[in-house]
Design a protein around this ligand. Sequence first.
Ligand SMILES: [Zn+2]
Length: 545
Amino acid sequence: MISFRNVRFLGSGLLILLLVAPSPAAQPSAKQLYQKALDLEKVRKASDPAQSRISEWKKVASAFRAVYYAYPSSSYSDNCLFHVGALYAEMGSRFNDSLYFRRATSSYQFLIEQYSSSSLVVDAMLEYIRITRNELKDDQAAEDMEVALRKRAPKTAASIGKTVTATAIQPAVMKTLRHYTGPDYSRIVIDFDREVTFKRNRLNDPDRLYVDFDNTLAEKPLLTQNFQVDDGFLKQIRIGQYNMRRARVVLDLKSIENYEIFSLYHPYRVVIDIQGKKSVPVAQTPAPQTQVVPPEMARANASGQYSLARQLGLKVQRIIVDPGHGGQDPGCMYAGMQEKNITLDVALRLKQILQDEYGYEVLMTRYDDHFVPLEQRTAFANSHSADLFVSVHVNSSRNKQARGIETYYLNFATSPEAMEVAARENAIAEKNMGELQKLTAAIALNSKIQESRDFAGLIQTTLVGHVKKQYPAVNSLGVKQAPFYVLIGAQMPSILAEISFLSNQKESTLLALPDYRKTIAEGIARGVKHYTETLAESKITQNRN
Ligand SMILES: [Zn+2]
């Protein structure tokens, strides 16, 4: 019997194993591997923890893991799991990152479940309870483990006593549910007053997906509200108070391709993305105006011609332009200028060029100064079946000398600078980025990373090249990757352009010039066209083969 959590745990382990496992003939014994891990641990402990790099800690953890991957039934395995748990718990404190506390609890839990006769189980349980309660604030998990501990070691359980069940910590409140729906995509966003833990489950006959939120009360109006969707793949959404401590959201499904659930922070919300089975497009007949999608049809360009992309009937027709921030969220500010106004100005110019000169159909996530939540922007693009997504932002840095143009696509961040930019654009603290990195790694599997990277590359070179003609001092910071809320779950190639630094005096002066903003918009538009043309070329090449 292996629980879902363990399967995941093993899954990532197996991958590492495949990469590092030596050939059977050369394989060292369990004892040798264990000794090697202990030696590494000794070296790490001898160095100053405040100076230590995260890679040194990870090296020790993988050395211990290597033992139970290679010799799961050896007598060293439970010790190794315990070491890994302790190591991650220490990393959680040292690097101030809840991701490592979670890894610590996974390791202890694995030990508790898979090596239940080990003499280390009780200690693992105590550590698990301490971490879930004090560090992860997951009282539900701590209480569940206390129940198990009372069975296993009643005296020990009594000694930690008092905190058990009766504490009844104040439940979280489920406040609102929003949903954005298109022909084959829905995003459901549930808002809470604080972070909650949840479990998902899929049931057949009838097909439904439900998510249970621990220690959560749904607000009364939610319980009586009927979220009738009926869009062909998602029938309706129901909310119930399963018991005094558990709220449940049920999605009644018709035919879905897949789904994804994740959390976003500040304020805390849970997002459910549902991908319906793609409806077969009706050949040749243009879509009737009454469809879900409101937009203007693709226009002929200024000279009365349809664009190359349109003529070739290629994929890119509808582009979403997303001006960063808006309303109560001004973005970065400097010298009386606000990012939200600059991004809107550039986005409107970009829209016009893309439509009038190149004949694309363009929709914007906002047309004026109002607030649009980040998760709603991608949902808008997905539910309108857009082909490309371009988010326009203005950079800022604590380093006032920093200047230049950079283009991002969604992935986990690989540099502290990229991390800083993403934290700012996500409106969350940098220390909260750990969970997001993990989430992005999971979601990235299903998204268009490769295409987005190509797209970002063409935008960056074309944009910088174009700006250079008029503003030779322009600085290219290149293409970068980072986890941006606004790009998570996008089903089309999507990028985020940071068009210059408002925090840099020279660039803020430039951004104030209408001509500079026009040049930026032209550069991005050319990049889009360039990307579309490379798609056309590859499509023609494919057809020839
Ligand atoms: Zn921004």
